[in-house]
Every structure is written in structure tokens, then in C-alpha cells.
Design a protein around this ligand. Structure first.
Ligand SMILES: *[C@@H]1O[C@H](CO)[C@@H](O)[C@H](O)[C@H]1NC(C)=O
Ligand SMILES: *[C@@H]1O[C@H](CO)[C@@H](O)[C@H](O)[C@H]1NC(C)=O
Ligand SMILES: *[C@@H]1O[C@H](CO)[C@@H](O)[C@H](O)[C@H]1NC(C)=O
Ligand SMILES: *[C@@H]1O[C@H](CO)[C@@H](O)[C@H](O)[C@H]1NC(C)=O
Ligand SMILES: *[C@@H]1O[C@H](CO)[C@@H](O)[C@H](O)[C@H]1NC(C)=O
Length: 285
């Protein structure tokens, strides 16, 4: 009996024919609740849209609003060393170094003089190439300076299409990661790359040649305004040729960027502005 009573109560709770209440509320009460939520959600959606709109207004397509203040750009070497940062090959075994030459061919192809002459502008060397916007008038697209492949001379792959790998005098190409707005160097002194042996390999590294001379990144390639503003930008390169490196031994090398306004590595990122790799050239079968 008690069970029946309970069942009846439940039924009545779901639909009470006397008061015409559904789940304890009348139709008009339900209507008001639905209406309230409808208005509430429309209001939330409107608020969200308004916030987004205001946010997007403050963004500039051509330069990031927020940028990490890391002032030391990362450095990359080509050909890409593997994850262990090792370039190891045998001069006797064409296959072991041909991939390096091919990687450099591919990497340097956009730097062909003909391509550069078509895409880029012949800038005045040794000074920043500034193209500021005047107030709200955007000076876009911005021009970029030519970096001709022939500047790399013996490491350009033009006279020696094996980049020295075959003769055990390999070339390594170095580039700095792009940093928007960076003005490296000061007082007309361009930043330059130096490579040296890690301590125990001092007498194995031999003589180095840098291209362009002194391993400089000319000031005219800075500042960089971003991918959208400066569509044809070609990052400047420095090539290093190892003229007399000791064969059949591991040689640990570190290259770094030198500029009087780029601090030499800091606590936050010991690898900023420098790159280390191992070079081993085997000459025996
Ligand atoms: C660049 O020049 C090399 C030879 O000098 C050629 O093999 C290559 O196809 C050229 N690349 C472009 C994109 O013109
Ligand atoms: C790059 O090469 C092209 C074609 O040879 C030449 O006209 C141009 O002056 C060179 N640019 C620079 C900056 O040397
Ligand atoms: C970028 O290069 C193309 C040719 O590849 C050229 O037509 C265009 O004018 C260049 N743009 C700028 C801003 O230099
Ligand atoms: C290379 O550096 C030396 C010494 O600092 C300087 O005398 C020479 O003019 C530089 N060469 C170039 C091409 O910048
Ligand atoms: C090359 O290096 C060796 C020692 O590793 C040295 O004896 C030789 O004189 C060097 N050759 C040149 C041309 O510098």
C-alpha cells in the first residue's frame, strides 16, 4: 500500500492534473525560465563577440603585439646535423657525403643570384635598411635586400659543387633565426660569426675560412619586419670552411655570434647565439 502511495506521489510530481503543473511548475513558469536562459545566453554570446572584436582591433597583421624579449637569436647550421649534432662522413664513400652537398644545394637554391635579382632590392651595404610606417600609413609590402649566393664564394657550390666535402674541407652554413625588429651590432659594427674548437680539440680544428669575409652579417639585412610585411626576405648567411681539419678524429666545434649588443649567452638560455656540433671526417676505408 505504502508503495502505491509513493508511486502516486511521483506521478503527481511529474504531471499534476489538478494544478496543471509539470515537474512542479506551471507552463508559464517554465516559459519564463526558458526565456530567462535564452536572454542570458544571448547576452553572454554578445559579450564574447564584443570582447573578441575589441581584441582583434588591437592586433596588427604585420607585427606581433607580444614578442618574447629574448634578445639573443638562435643559430642554425646547414647541412642539418642529426639530433646528435654530428656531421660524420668518409671522403672515400661518396654516398656518405653526397647528401650533405644535396642538402646545401637545396638550401641555397633560393639564393641564386638570378633569383635574388628578381625578388630583392640592391641595398646600400653597412647600414640598416629601415622602412618604417609613417603613423597609420603602412609602408607595406617592405622590400628586402639581395643576398647573392656568389657571396659565399668557395662555399657557394658554384665552383665546387661538393662544397669541399669530397676533399675533406667541408663547408658549414650558419644562419641566425629571425627576430622581428632586431638591430644587431652597434655604431656601424656588424655582427659576425666565429667558430672555434671545444677545449680538448684545440689543435685539431686547423685553419678556417669565412664567407663573406670576417663572417659578418651585413647590417643592411636588419631590421626584419616579419613574414607578412617583408614577404621576400632572405636571411643572410655565413659560411665556414674547414681548411685543414684533422681527419679520423672527432672534432667538437662551437660557433657563436659576436655583436656588441648581443650578450654572450645568459643564464636563461645557454644555447642562445651559439651552436655546437661534432665534425668527423674519415679518410680510411
Ligand atoms: C640555382 O642554381 C643552381 C646551379 O647554379 C641550379 O641547379 C638551380 O636549379 C638554381 N635554382 C633556382 C631556383 O634557380
Ligand atoms: C646579385 O647578383 C645580381 C645578378 O648577378 C647582380 O645584378 C646584383 O648586383 C648582385 N647583388 C649584390 C648585392 O651584389
Ligand atoms: C617579391 O618577389 C616577387 C618575385 O618573386 C616580386 O614580383 C615582388 O615585387 C617582390 N616583392 C617585394 C616587396 O619586393
Ligand atoms: C675584416 O676584419 C679586419 C680586422 O678587424 C678588417 O681590417 C677588415 O677590413 C675586415 N674586412 C671586411 C671585408 O670587413
Ligand atoms: C694542417 O694541420 C697539420 C696539423 O694538424 C699541420 O701539420 C699542417 O702544417 C697544416 N697545414 C696547413 C697548410 O696549414
Amino acid at each position: 500500500m505504502a508503495k502505491d502511495g509513493e508511486k502516486g506521489e511521483w506521478k503527481e510530481y511529474i504531471w499534476n492534473p489538478r494544478t496543471r503543473e509539470f515537474l512542479g511548475r506551471t507552463a508559464s513558469s517554465w516559459g519564463l525560465i526558458l526565456l530567462f536562459y535564452l536572454i542570458f545566453y544571448i547576452f553572454l554570446a554578445g559579450l564574447f563577440a564584443l570582447t573578441m572584436y575589441v581584441m582583434l582591433q588591437t592586433l596588427d597583421d604585420h607585427k606581433p603585439t607580444w614578442q618574447d624579449r629574448l634578445s639573443i637569436p638562435g643559430m642554425v647550421i646547414k647541412p642539418n646535423a642529426d639530433e646528435a649534432f654530428e656531421i660524420v662522413y668518409n671522403t672515400q664513400d661518396t654516398e656518405s657525403w653526397d647528401m650533405f652537398a644535396q642538402a646545401l644545394d637545396k638550401f641555397l637554391s633560393p639564393y641564386n643570384d638570378s633569383v635574388q635579382a628578381q625578388k630583392n632590392y640592391e641595398c646600400t651595404p653597412d647600414q640598416y635598411f629601415e622602412q618604417e610606417d609613417s603613423g597609420d600609413v603602412k609602408n607595406n609590402p617592405k622590400r628586402s635586400c639581395q643576398f647573392n649566393r656568389t657571396v659565399l664564394e668557395d662555399c657557394s657550390g658554384i665552383h665546387d659543387r661538393y662544397y669541399g666535402y669530397r676533399d675533406g674541407k667541408p663547408c658549414i652554413i650558419i644562419k641566425l633565426n629571425r627576430v622581428i625588429g632586431m638591430l644587431p651590432g652597434k655604431d656601424g659594427q656588424p655582427p659576425f660569426v666565429t667558430c672555434g674548437p671545444k677545449k680538448e680539440d684545440t689543435d685539431k680544428i686547423g685553419e678556417l675560412a669565412y664567407f663573406p669575409p670576417n663572417g659578418t652579417f651585413n647590417l643592411m639585412y636588419y631590421p626584419y619586419y616579419g613574414k607578412k610585411a617583408q614577404v621576400n626576405y632572405s636571411q643572410p648567411l655565413v659560411a665556414v670552411k674547414f681548411l685543414n681539419i684533422t681527419a679520423n678524429q672527432d672534432v667538437n666545434i662551437e660557433c657563436k655570434i659576436n655583436a656588441n649588443n648581443i650578450p654572450a649567452g645568459n643564464e636563461r638560455d645557454k644555447f642562445a647565439g651559439r651552436v655546437s656540433f661534432k665534425l668527423r671526417i674519415n679518410t680510411k676505408n
